[in-house]
Design a protein around this ligand. Structure first.
Ligand code: ADP
Length: 402
């Protein structure tokens, strides 16, 4: 079955066409600047080994973007399928499923209504995801579609992990609680980790560190997520590319008074100007730049930034080992987790030796494959696993439309 995986943002649309039998990517691409001047589709026909195709054309809305994707996929010259009938299902990434959706779901009218109801929990993301769904429904009528939620995997968290220490009525009335995100990645990586450990998934204690521009840690015990670092929104937890992660909530009022800023302005600072970008005094949110600084003799900016970032990750690993009363594997994934031996080294060497963790430096230098990089026999294994959220979406979609 060929599954079109769609990840729709407010002005972008990423897609992959995946053959769910072989699990190979047939084609992939990205529509950028939808609704903005200068929009374009970057398309790669992976299966034919063809070159990247760049199509610059006005995309006033997402329907036009989806139309361009479908045209590219069926194009006589660089297309990968003869007609749209060769696309049997569509899987949509949906950011917030609230408490309504604890697993992937076929998109019916009722489910789409449910996603709309979750929009106040993710006012930037869910409406964009819904626009993508509507565009596909219009252009591919009758093709079954599935919603795969970033929050779903974390719905197994127990009450003690998801409740905040605030009046319970806020939870009852407004559903203010911790939800967590990146669930599709945490699920994929934890399942893969069990495979690499050669142990049944439901008998493993796994910590997944998804370290990208957005970053989160999860604790997966016996195949179920029991805690994760992001909360009501993706702002909680680790220090990220531009998000602050955990802070004393009183800081918000303090900044408002000191700098005369509004709530909206402060939230923007915490989401877009904080994290490693803010800590490095604006140097960069990209870890490649921070590593370069870190390695320079006499550098202070790169050091304070990477050390604060890694320290926070290590503290979460420690607390999740406690949450699960043990840990078999600590996994690193996403842009930074997969590609930064320096970050992995600081975390493992400085903080995890007491658990028995010892990293093999040669293996830690490798890239682009599933690897166990620890050399200790006892204590938790350290794994690097490239994440694949699109494949996970294709798997869930296939399962539900079969
Ligand atoms: P997101 O999906 O949240 O945008 P990614 O998982 O794609 O993020 O991660 C992007 C980040 O990965 C970049 O901001 C960069 O800091 C980091 N990154 C990518 N390649 C490398 C590398 N070779 N070394 C260190 N960091 C890298």
């Amino acid at each position: 079955m060929n599954v079109l995986v769609i990840n729709c943002g407010s002005s972008s649309l990423k897609f992959q066409l995946i053959d769910s039998t072989s699990e190979n990517v047939i084609a992939k691409g990205l529509c950028e600047r939808i609704g903005i001047e200068g929009s374009r589709l970057v398309y790669t026909p992976v299966v034919s080994g063809g070159n990247k195709v760049i199509l610059e054309e006005a995309m006033p809305d997402h329907t036009k973007a989806v139309q361009m994707v479908l045209d590219a996929l069926t194009n006589a010259e660089y297309g990968v399928v003869k007609s749209l009938s060769e696309i049997q299902a569509v899987g949509h990434r949906i950011v917030h499923g609230g408490e309504k959706f604890a697993s992937s779901t076929l998109l019916t009218e009722e489910v789409i209504e449910g996603i709309k109801e979750c929009s106040d929990l993710a006012p930037l993301h869910n409406p964009a995801n819904l626009v993508g769904i509507e565009a596909c429904r219009k252009l591919m009528p009758g093709v079954p579609m599935v919603g795969v939620f970033d929050t779903a995997f974390h719905q197994t968290m127990p009450e003690k992990a998801y409740l905040y220490g605030i009046p319970y009525s806020f939870y009852k009335e407004h559903k203010i609680r911790r939800y967590g995100f990146h669930g599709t990645s945490h699920k994929y990586v934890s399942q893969k980790a069990a495979e690499l450990l050669n142990k049944p998934y439901d008998q493993c204690k796994i910590i997944v560190c998804h370290l990208g521009n957005g970053a989160s840690v999860s604790a997966v015990s016996n195949g179920q997520c029991v805690d994760t670092s992001m909360g009501l929104t993706p702002l909680e937890g680790l220090i990220m590319g531009t998000r602050s992660g955990d802070i004393d909530p009183a800081i918000i009022e303090f900044i408002a008074n000191k700098e005369g800023k509004s709530l909206g302005e402060i939230m923007k600072i915490l989401n877009k100007e904080s994290g490693v970008l803010g800590l490095s005094d604006g140097l960069s949110s990209d870890f490649r730049d921070l590593e370069e600084a870190y390695l320079k003799e006499g550098d202070v900016v790169g050091k304070r930034t990477l050390e604060a970032f890694c320290y926070r990750v290590a503290k979460y690993i420690g607390s999740y080992a406690v949450a699960m009363n043990g840990v078999d594997a600590i996994c690193f994934t996403a842009g930074v987790g997969e590609n930064s031996p320096i970050v992995r080294n600081i975390i493992c060497e400085n903080y995890l030796q007491f658990m028995g963790v010892e990293v093999d430096q040669e293996l830690n230098g490798k890239r682009g494959q599933d690897l166990i990089i620890s050399k200790n026999e006892n204590g938790p294994k350290v794994l690097v696993i490239p994440t694949d959220e699109e494949l996970m979406i294709a798997r869930d979609t296939t399962e539900l439309v079969k």
